[in-house]
Ligand binder design. Structure first.
Ligand code: AMP
Ligand code: MG
Length: 325
C-alpha cells in the first residue's frame, strides 16, 4: 500500500503527517507558533519552523513506526502562504525526497483542505466553505477545477478575528476565545455588513468594531463581530448553493472549529435541505495531513513533478490546479 508523508508550513503551523491509501492517519504531528500578544511576523514563523522541524519529523516517524525509506511519496504545501514559512517546509521536504530518491510533489494548500475534508467526512461533491486565518473562499468543483464562487477581497475571516483579538490584547489565535465570548453576548450591535456581489470585505467591519472597544460590553461586541462576519459568509454560501445546485456543504479551515459558524451554516443547510459536513476539529486546521493526503491522491492519479516545478508560490490559487483525480 502506498504511503505518503506531507510537510505543512504555509503559516503558523509546522506539521508532518504520514498517511496511507485508505486515508488511515499513521501520524499527524505538528507545532503551532502562538503569541501572547501581537500577530504573525514572517521571520519569526521561519524561525519557529526551523526550531520545530526536526522534533516534529522525528515524532511523526516514531508514531508511525516508519522509516524515511518506507515512504513512497514526499509532498509539501507549495502555496498559498507566507514566503519564509513556506520555503522552509519546501526545503526540508525537497532535501529528504532527493536524499531518499523518492517522488516529490508540491501541492496546493487549499485543495488539501478540501480533499482531506471530503475523505474524512464522506462528502462527495460539496460546496466548500474554506474559512481560515489567511483564506476565506466558497469553492466548488466545476469543469475539472475547484472554482471560487466567492471570496474575501481583503483579509481572511480568521485574520479578522485575530486582528480584533490583538486590539483586545488576547494574543494569537484569538478565534477560539472570541467564539466563547460569542455565546456570552446578549445584544447585537450594528456593524458594517459588507457583501460585494459574491465577495466579502472585512476591514471596515474590523475598524468599526475596534472603535467600539471600551464603549460597549466586550461580550456583546465579540458576539456582534462574529455574527456579522458569519452572516455574510453564510449569505454568500447560500447563493452559491442556489447557483450551483450542489447538495452538500463542507465547512473547513481553522475557523470551521467555531461553534457559532457551524450553527449558522447548519441552520441554513437544514432550511435548504442540503447536507452539512465538518471534519473533526483536528483535521480542520493546518496540518501535514493536507499535503500528505493530497500528495497521495495526486500521485495515484499519475501526477509527477520535476524538481524545477516544486518552487513555492505564495499566491497559488485553488482554481489554478487541474483536478485530474
Ligand atoms: P488555519 O489557518 O486554517 O489553521 O486556521 C487558523 C484560524 O482559525 C485562526 O485565525 C484562528 O483564530 C481560527 N480559529 C481556530 N479555532 C477557532 C474557533 N473555535 N473559533 C473561531 N476561530 C477559530
Ligand atoms: Mg489553512
Amino acid at each position: 500500500m502506498t504511503i505518503s508523508i506531507g510537510f505543512e508550513s504555509t503559516a503558523h503551523t509546522f506539521g508532518v503527517a504520514i498517511v496511507n491509501e485508505k486515508c488511515e492517519v499513521l501520524a499527524n504531528e505538528k507545532h503551532t507558533h502562538t503569541t501572547e500578544s501581537g500577530g504573525l511576523i514572517p521571520r519569526e514563523l521561519a524561525e519557529h519552523h526551523e526550531k520545530y522541524a526536526l522534533p516534529v519529523l522525528l515524532a511523526a516517524l516514531e508514531k508511525s513506526k516508519k522509516k524515511l525509506s518506507d515512504i513512497d511519496v514526499y509532498a509539501f504545501s507549495q502555496g498559498p502562504g507566507i514566503g519564509p514559512a513556506l520555503k522552509f517546509g519546501a526545503y526540508v521536504c525537497r532535501a529528504l525526497a532527493i536524499e531518499q530518491k523518492k517522488p516529490l510533489l508540491g501541492v496546493n494548500h487549499g485543495v488539501g483542505h478540501i480533499e482531506i475534508g471530503k475523505a474524512l467526512t464522506g462528502a462527495k461533491d460539496p460546496l466548500t466553505v474554506y474559512a481560515s486565518g489567511g483564506n476565506t473562499q466558497i469553492i466548488g468543483l466545476d469543469r475539472g477545477r475547484y472554482r471560487v464562487f466567492g471570496e474575501t477581497l481583503d483579509v481572511g475571516v480568521g485574520n479578522l478575528l485575530d486582528s480584533f483579538g490583538r486590539s483586545l490584547s488576547i494574543g494569537f489565535p484569538a478565534g477560539p476565545k472570541i467564539d466563547e465570548k460569542y455565546f456570552l453576548g446578549k445584544n447585537l450591535i450594528s456593524l458594517p455588513y459588507s457583501v460585494k456581489g459574491m465577495d466579502l470585505v472585512f476591514s471596515g467591519l474590523l475598524t468599526a468594531a475596534e472603535q467600539k472597544i471600551g464603549k460597549v460590553d466586550e461580550n456583546d461586541l465579540c458576539f456582534s463581530l462574529m455574527h456579522t462576519a458569519f452572516a455574510e459568509l453564510t449569505e454568500v454560501t447560500e447563493r452559491a448553493l442556489a447557483h450551483t445546485g450542489k447538495k452538500e456543504v463542507l465547512l473547513t479551515g481553522g475557523v470551521a472549529a467555531s461553534r457559532a459558524l457551524q450553527q449558522m451554516m447548519k441552520t441554513m443547510c437544514d432550511e435548504r435541505g442540503v447536507d452539512f459536513f465538518v471534519p473533526p476539529a483536528w483535521a480542520c486546521g493546518d496540518s501535514g495531513l493536507l499535503p500528505a493526503w493530497l500528495g497521495l491522491v495526486e500521485y495515484n492519479a499519475g501526477i509527477r513533478m520535476a524538481l524545477s516545478e516544486t518552487t513555492v508560490n505564495q499566491r497559488q490559487r485553488v482554481d489554478e490546479i487541474d483536478v485530474v483525480w
